[in-house]
Design a protein around this ligand. Sequence first.
Ligand code: SF4
Length: 375
Amino acid sequence: MPFSEIQSKTILRKQKKIDSWFIMQHSMNLYKGCMHACAYCDGRDEGYFVQGEFSRDIAVKTNAIDILRRELDPGRKRKPFRRSFMLLGGGITDSYQAIEKKYELSRQALELMLEFNHPVHVLTKSPLVEKDLDLLQKINAQSRAIVSFSFSSVDDLISEVFEAGVAPPSERLQSMRRIKAAGIPCGMFLMPLIPFVTDSPQMIDDALKQAQAARLDYVVASGMTLKEGRQMDTFYKTLEAFDESLLTEYDMIYSGDKWGNATAEYYQSLNATLYAMARRYHIPLRIPQKIWHNLLDDNDRVVVMLEHIDYYLRLRGSTSPFRATAYNISKIKEPLSSLRSNLHLIKGAGNTTLRIIREILDTGRCSYLDKLANL
Ligand code: SF4
């Protein structure tokens, strides 16, 4: 397998606001490209500027740890980091692909997280993450660590077609059980659900059943985006070999949206399925508050909770103003607790939203969200 060693100018990537899917504001990619070679991987999209053949030409950011140390050093920062999980993985690479055995960049990054007392969220498809269980346990005891594994289904045969370079789902589930047994919260990112392949009620039911049997803490699920260019070309080659007749179905739901989204009708129907299945197994479809509630400041806690409410309502087929209000709150610099008498000035916040915000500020909890999440 060819690989190159490259120098990176930065490692930490900052989001404009707290991300309520991963409960993070910073993420890092220590490699570029991914040997796991999933057919649907959106890391192939030209917008990520990964040079060469995505699954073969792996680039190793050999100066990553020096840069990361500099970026984490509190003495060099004008403003301290807002507290949330730092995400290791996701996007254009998997931090625990096989090349990690040689370079150990992920392990060294975790050592820095421990040294600088940062909570960590690892997202991977590889049981290789277990080599760092000792460090994850230390981080979890000190500041919190969680591990998520991604799946497109729990079917080993389907996985062999669409995720040929990864450990089969059955092995991933076993790994998750061991991680949970070591005391680390662990959940499933059931994404992407591949349209007409892994998004059927039966396939989703199987995944949630396995998640429940493994006592996972959450299942965060989502449909697939498919952008024109390298991602779509690669995926369609695999799909065609799997079942050529599906190409027509894909034409119906992917109609050239700039972000690769399928039609709104498709996502609505997927949401209805997810909602019905999650109710059967009583599994949270967002990372639950018990895992992160004392990590975030008041503003971020309100933003995440409003976005989670919005998600659960959309799952039930309703629309809500909560996501837009959450976005407006994310722009507020002052702590919400210091603005108590002026909360009504928040753009988009009606009486119900204000009641929710006050409850969160007073108690750290939101009874409405608890009700919605208790599917
Ligand atoms: S493991 Fe993730 S980053 Fe790697 S190819 Fe698969 S989807 Fe892409």
